[in-house]
Design a protein around this ligand. Sequence first.
Ligand SMILES: [Zn+2]
Ligand SMILES: [Zn+2]
Length: 112
Amino acid sequence: MHREGIDDNNVQPEDILCDFCGKAAWAQDVPCVEGHQGSVVCGNCLHVAYSELILASGGEPTKEQCRMCLEHRDDPVWEGGIEPIAAICLRCVKQSSAVLQKSKQWDWTKPV
Ligand SMILES: [Zn+2]
Ligand SMILES: [Zn+2]
């Protein structure tokens, strides 16, 4: 998400906040993946989400739509730690992890 009250024509790295932890991850050199409507998940959250949803087969379905793809699915989701609570669906966790892992810009690998 974007920090409130910023100039949309002049967005700075520190204006880009992870929707799931609220940190200016990009400005701190943490890899980020963009979703729809300016949503962002950082590599730190993705690491936790991947571990919980995929490695531990955890997570519960929710009535909320996924913050990244804006769809509602019946898959388990991972929820971030800040208000308003944002959910990321299993599919987006997989896709975003694959994007980051492939990216040459970042040294990010899926948790094992
Ligand atoms: Zn985050
Ligand atoms: Zn999704």
